[in-house]
Design a protein around this ligand. Structure first.
Ligand code: FE
Length: 307
């Protein structure tokens, strides 16, 4: 199975109707420019609506934080290779800069665009209720009725839990093996749809608009014009984090399913025993953000599930 690389463009923006308007106007244009490159296999753009407070550990947060003044945006793009992502940003710098800089009035922090390798996954294709009979029929005809995946609904009809971890040096393999086992346990919970364990392998300088000093000054000393110097300040692997950083992306039917499903690592003894092995490899985390996938090009799910 081919595994795409994932670039996650993170931006903190004002939480107001102007941002939503820009998201809907500019987002599709950026996606179209991105699709000029043959290495682009799909996208999934999210807004964060809350966190998983895990009882009272994160007592200041809640599962519905949509009343906050700011809003985090996580824009995933999927690529055949990291070079494809970097080439796309270089080749289309002017178009993307023009589109993105039109939103700068709403930006508070970012963009910051880490790059991830998928270490392990179980990601179903997305299925509308109306597609179910066709999908079931195909599996049945292929003699694989038990291979029918869960109905993973597209476009804002499911919840993503994105869980951040920093792992002690030398304990990476132990973390990975244990987290795969945790995911197998969670897959038994109602509303579980799928997961990806992602390891951060670098950061895109151009995707983060982290240019060399000349380029930065050209932007700041103009009215947001496209800089002549467009070179990124560093190479992707120069930004690979040490100690290792992992994000576990889980998909659930609803926020409540995410809460009680993931909660099994606290209240179900077998899940807790396995998850405790994960906890003992950590320096930081888990911090779990709840995201709503607002816009998606689901072709990457077909790519990851192709032979
Ligand atoms: Fe990018």
């Amino acid at each position: 199975m081919p595994k795409p690389y994932i670039a996650i463009n993170e931006v903190e923006m004002l939480n107001n109707p102007t941002t939503m308007e820009m998201f809907q106007n500019v987002g599709p244009k950026v996606c179209q420019v991105t699709a000029r490159h043959p290495g682009f296999v799909g996208f999934q753009n999210h807004i964060q609506f809350g966190i998983l407070p895990f009882g009272t550990r994160y007592g200041g947060g809640s599962m519905d934080m949509t009343k906050m003044d700011t809003m985090n945006v996580y824009q995933y793009t999927m690529w055949k290779s990291i070079k494809d992502h970097e080439d796309m940003h270089r080749e289309n710098f002017s178009s993307i800069f023009r589109l993105c800089s039109s939103c700068l009035s709403q930006v508070i922090y970012g963009p910051w665009e880490p790059l991830y390798e998928i270490m392990d996954f179980d990601i179903p294709v997305n299925t509308e209720m109306t597609d179910f009979t066709v999908m079931f029929g195909k599996k049945f005809a292929a003699g694989d009725p038990s291979g029918v995946p869960p109905i993973s609904m597209p476009y804002g009809k499911r919840t993503i839990a994105l869980s951040e971890h920093t792992v002690k040096p030398g304990r990476e393999r132990e973390f990975e093996q244990s987290i795969y086992e945790v995911m197998k346990e969670l897959s038994k919970a109602p509303g579980y749809l799928g997961y990806m364990v992602m390891k951060e392998v670098g950061v895109s300088a151009v995707g983060s608009f982290q240019l060399k000093s000349k380029g930065i000054h050209q932007i700041l000393e103009s009215n947001g014009e496209i800089p002549v110097e467009q070179e990124g300040a560093f190479k992707p692997d120069e930004a690979k984090p040490v100690p290792a950083v992992y994000s576990v992306h889980m998909e659930w039917a609803s926020p409540q399913d995410a809460m009680f499903g993931i909660g099994r690592v606290l209240f179900s003894h077998p899940a807790r025993e396995i998850h405790d092995r994960v906890l003992d490899t950590l320096i930081r985390g888990p911090y779990i953000r709840l995201l709503n996938p607002m816009m998606e090009g689901t072709t990457w799910r077909e790519y990851i599930n192709s032979e």
